[in-house]
Design a protein around this ligand. Structure first.
Ligand code: IMP
Ligand code: MG
Length: 189
């Protein structure tokens, strides 16, 4: 399923200094499409969705409410030592799953894949627990900064090399509450 192209047409918004990249409608439409595809692909399989905290919480909440199959949810939280806007690759598991995943169909739900280092580390860890299948659903992909190869099975949108915020995604814990995805022009990569 090919993600739609997005045009970068920032609109000024009261939440200065954030410029809007993806509107609420665009997000809702795409999340519905992803949920439809996931519901088809996992029919009869009772998958476990693993949300990566904190960034994926809004996306995951919208996604699961649009699924038409029974699922379970669990969460992990990763920490990565780096600056506030980039990943170092030194990842640790701050919160682990409560659910054993051996022989389960596991779908990891992530906010954004940037360097890919966090996801590569997480997949390495999860694969050792011998799930039946392990796939990745990411709302956003920022391929220009990739350092580790990470296949994204279900992708919302490809975004340009901007520091994005909103819809659960933060900059130093700010802006998670925005209902849209935007970027901060002053925070250029
Ligand atoms: P990666 O390991 O570089 O692929 O990115 C790991 C995490 O960094 C993502 O799951 C996000 O939580 C965060 N991140 C990456 N890019 C951005 C961004 O543009 N805005 C906010 N958080 C980001
Ligand atoms: Mg994340």
């Amino acid at each position: 399923m090919r993600p739609p192209d997005i045009r970068e047409s920032p609109l000024p918004h009261p939440h200065e200094p954030v410029l809007r990249l993806l509107s609420e409608d665009e997000l809702a439409h795409r999340v519905t499409e992803l949920a439809r595809q996931i519901s088809t692909d996992y029919a009869g399989q009772h998958p476990l969705l693993v949300g990566v905290l904190k960034g994926a919480f809004v996306f995951m909440a919208d996604l699961v409410r649009r699924l038409t199959i029974p699922i379970e949810c669990d969460f992990v939280r990763l920490s990565s030592y780096g600056s506030s806007t980039t990943t170092s690759g030194q990842v640790t598991l701050l919160v682990d799953l409560k659910t054993p995943i051996e022989a389960r169909h596991v779908l990891v739900v992530e906010d954004i894949v940037d360097t890919g280092l966090s996801q590569a580390w997480l997949f390495d860890d999860l694969i050792r627990r011998r799930p039946a299948t392990l796939r990745l659903c990411a709302l956003l992909d920022k391929p220009s900064r990739r350092r580790a190869s990470v296949p994204i099975d279900y992708l919302g949108f490809t975004v340009p090399n901007r520091f994005v915020v909103g819809y659960g995604i933060d900059w130093d814990e700010r802006f998670r509450e925005l209902p849209y995805v935007g970027y901060i022009p002053s925070q250029e990569p």
